[in-house]
Design a binder for this molecule. Structure first.
Ligand code: PMP
Length: 695
């Protein structure tokens, strides 16, 4: 790899403000232009950009009567600071004075948030301004294309938003709806500007206009306070003439906003991390020597945006979960809609549509023979539930001696006691909790690689353990095909078929922990399909909600359910947040999305990209193995890596990858563009060839 392949210029995080209106013709351009003047007067180096300008031919972007850039220029005319300002500009101009989607389509063009964001980013990076002033087109829900609106562009840019609203009869409604939409998209409100139209009481003769306008402002201030918005609300007067004095009046009115919109958070990432280090304990970390952290402000698609504005390409899917990327609109809609109906109710004695629909969908997707779903609130709890199911099943059959579990070494099933007892005894740190942990039976890990011919001898140790302990074994539990946190090891599916036969012969149940492997990650919907098998019990979680909320499920066969509940017995488990309605609604949407967005093809593309991209790691010194299966790419090193040095390097190079032990591994969201997968691979290879892992 050439050094250039792996160098990335440090990008300046975007800074600035997005100005939007509560509707069309509410005074947004005048407010933006006046704010531009106010900022220049405060000696802020600001560049005004209109991402999409309609009603203006490209050649007349700064001169046409409808060109906003012309209004900006008028507002700052004569100011000495304007001389050094980068000229206001419109990125995309279309002649038809209509909604951007329509105006663009007339000229055979297609606007996308990603494209516009890239153009904005390019302007920002190539200029020397301290902040951008971006002005939208019309209101928040003005379409850019069939799927995306102005609001999506605001969310993609992620800057604080200044809302300009018309102060007229009925205007309050539009402003409050706009505020709701901004909040639901996680956008910070930088302030509200109220601008009166020509006739604020049009169609309502006899109204005391001044009292009404004043009440609108008072009501809005009240609501802003209730919503925790500390930004100012500014009322602009209606001026008969917008000459230099008029612009100056408006700019002075907007001065309270200036202090508020100036980018002040240069070191807010460091500040969040500093506060974190005082009070928080992180996973598998010391409280005394706090771990290396990056503070995240937002996410979108396959990007993680840090509090200082830097963007990272995600290579982890937040530990297998965010398969659709982050903030997928369908998942967010499902969440908001369900929140409006019912966030949660107890599941004892009550049920609801999202839970029932989810259980039905899950059973359709899972291997045949699974008939009942028990919802749990995390993967570890789903494993506890599975273990308890197996124990109660064996008790129900009168097999009271069957109280132990057989499991391969190298497994990982969670951090609660039951789950921990079946994790690898060395990496699962059993020594710390020996006195408390049930003593399970461990067999050799499945030794036969996924990509090699099957070796029947790999089942010998399982056979030996059944011969020795068969009568004590309630069930075998394992992660099918891919052992995850215990080593990212891919083994031959035939091993599972042999093991299933041994279980049947010995009267033990077979439990598949598909918490990591479920929902397409290995190239099959569930990894059990590689072996053409149905386990007696199957656990899933992680990607179940597309990474939005915590939810897991344990499904079992009809025979297991009957075995437990025969003679009027009940299953003894019932978490408070069982079948949380928000999580179930999002999970239903996530499962629909998997199908609609063609997960199989996307995972195949990931496999192709990872195989190609990681191949260059194979020859590097200290690399023991490179393997890829579905959407999982692994580089295994000979010695444990310096995880902290690698993590720092990766963040500095714009990617999010978190290695552990002897593993640098990638499992990007399914929606990751090919060039981002390549970037993850090339930065990985760059780090390993530079020896960062052995620093
Ligand atoms: N089983 C497997 C295979 C897992 O990978 C994990 C999580 N890494 C768990 C169980 C535990 O899930 P959770 O972290 O949601 O408790």
């Amino acid at each position: 790899m050439s050094p250039a392949e792996n160098t990335m210029l440090p990008l300046r995080p975007l800074r600035g403000l997005f100005v939007t209106g509560s509707g069309t013709d509410v005074g947004k351009t005048v407010a933006t232009a006046a704010l531009l003047r106010a900022l220049l007067l405060a000696n802020v180096r600001v560049q005004a950009i209109k991402p999409v300008q309609t009603g203006v031919a490209p050649a007349e972007a700064r001169t046409a009567p409808l060109a906003d850039a012309r209004v900006y220029a008028e507002a700052v005319a004569g100011l000495p600071q304007a001389a050094s300002m980068q000229p206001p500009t419109a990125l995309r101009c279309f002649t038809l004075p209509a909604s951007p989607h329509l105006a663009a389509a007339r000229e055979g063009a297609h606007l996308t948030c990603a494209g516009l964001r890239n153009d904005i980013e390019a302007r920002w990076q190539s200029g020397a301004a301290d902040m951008l002033l971006l002005e939208g087109a019309g209101g928040l829900r003005v379409p850019l294309n069939k799927r995306e609106d102005m609001l999506d562009l605001m969310a993609a840019v992620g800057l604080p938003v200044l809302l300009v609203g018309g102060n007229y009869l009925g205007g309050l409604n539009h402003i409050l709806l706009s505020l709701d939409a901004l909040r639901h998209n996680g956008l910070q409100v930088a302030g509200i500007v109220l601008a009166p139209p020509v006739d604020p009481a049009a169609g309502c003769p006899g109204v005391d206009v001044q009292a009404m306008l004043a009440d609108n402002a008072a009501m809005l201030r009240e609501r802003m306070q209730q919503q925790g918005i500390t930004a100012p609300l500014v009322e602009l007067p209606r001026l008969a003439r917008l000459d230099a004095a008029g612009w100056q009046t408006l700019a002075e009115r907007l001065t309270p906003l200036v202090g508020h919109v100036l980018p002040k958070c240069g070191d807010c990432e460091a500040e969040i991390v500093r506060r974190d280090h005082q009070v928080i304990w992180h996973p598998y970390a010391s409280a005394m020597q706090p771990p290396l952290l990056s503070a995240v402000a937002r996410t979108r698609g396959n990007r993680i945006v840090l509090a200082d504005g830097r963007e990272l390409v995600d290579g982890m899917s937040s530990w297998w979960a965010a398969v659709h990327g982050y903030n997928h609109p369908r998942l967010m809609e499902a969440l908001h809609a369900q929140a409006g109906r019912m966030p949660h109710v107890m599941f004892g004695g009550l049920t609801h549509e999202p839970a029932v629909a989810l259980a039905e969908k899950l059973l359709q997707l899972m291997p045949d023979g699974l008939e009942r779903v028990f919802f749990a609130d995390s993967g570890s709890v789903a494993v506890e539930v599975a273990l308890k199911m197996a124990l109660q099943y064996q008790q129900g059959r009168g097999e009271t001696r069957r109280t132990r579990f057989l499991t391969p070494r190298g497994g990982y099933h969670g951090d609660t006691f039951g789950a921990m007892s079946v994790c690898d005894p060395v990496t699962g740190m059993h020594s710390l909790f020996t006195a408390m942990l049930p003593r399970q039976i461990f067999m050799e890990r499945p030794g036969c690689r996924f990509d090699q011919p099957f070796d029947p001898a790999s089942l010998d140790d399982a056979r030996r353990n059944f011969a020795e302990h068969g009568a004590e074994i309630a069930a075998v539990i394992l992660e099918p095909v891919v052992q995850g946190a215990g080593g990212m090891w891919f083994y031959h599916p035939q091993y599972l078929r042999g093991l299933a036969q041994l279980c049947r012969d010995a009267g033990a149940l077979l439990i598949f922990d598909e918490i990591a492997t479920g929902f397409g990650r290995t190239g099959k919907m569930f990894a059990a399909e590689w072996a053409g098998l149905s386990p007696d019990i199957l656990c899933c979680g992680k990607a179940l909600t597309g990474g939005v909320l915590t939810l897991a499920a344990t499904a079992c066969s009809g025979e297991v359910a009957q075995g437990i509940c025969g003679g009027g017995n009940v299953f003894m488990h019932g978490p408070t947040f069982m079948a949380n309605a928000l999580a179930c609604a999002v999970a239903c949407a996530s499962l629909e999305l998997l199908e609609e967005e063609g997960w199989r093809q996307r995972v195949a593309l990931l496999e192709e990209g990872l195989s190609k991209g990681l191949a260059r790691c194979a020859g590097l010194t200290g690399v023991a193995d490179v393997r890829v299966l579905g959407g999982i790419g692994v580089v295994e090193t000979r010695e444990p890596v310096n995880a902290q040095a690698l993590q720092r390097y990766f963040v500095e190079h714009g990617v999010w990858i978190r290695p552990f032990n002897r593993l640098v591994y990638l499992m990007p969201p399914y929606i990751s563009p090919a060039e981002d997968v390549e970037r993850l691979c090339s930065v990985t290879a760059g780090a390993l060839s530079a020896g960062v892992h052995v620093q």
